[in-house]
Design a binder for this molecule. Sequence first.
Ligand code: HEC
Length: 130
Amino acid sequence: MLRYGLAGLGLVAFGAAIALHQPTAAGAAENPKLQATAHLYDTYCAQCHGVQRNGKGINTVGLSVQPRDHSDTVAMSSLPRAQIVKAITEGGASVNKSALMPSWAGVLSPAQIEDMADYLAYVCKCEQAK
Ligand code: HEC
């Protein structure tokens, strides 16, 4: 599952992983796939999208476009799953959004990106909203 292991997990992401166990990974702990994807999120996404998944990561200072708030049920529900998958795979520019959202095709496998789309639906509670 964690194809690249946790070798790249820096100190900041490590701290993020610990802090995360309060809001979102608490429920994810009951689901191994969600939990594994939560760790991928901490490693690759949290610096921009935030430890709390609210778009307020430590790397957002100076970004001209702020990262999506993944905890926003209404906003996230408005994004088709195919667009979310494409944005993660090919980057923001591929869906006419900011190129500040990187492409992850070289880092995450297609299966991991599908898992990420499932995880984002969990984070935003979009399933319940429908
Ligand atoms: C370098 C900062 C950065 C990182 C790292 C990053 N993102 Fe983003 N992301 C952004 C920004 C900025 C936007 C907002 C783009 C816009 O609205 O124009 C965004 C938008 C998105 C969107 C919404 C796309 C849409 O169509 O509105 C998704 C989904 C997303 N990111 C997922 C991820 C995932 C999953 C990861 C980790 C694998 C990740 N991002 C890592 C900066 C980042």
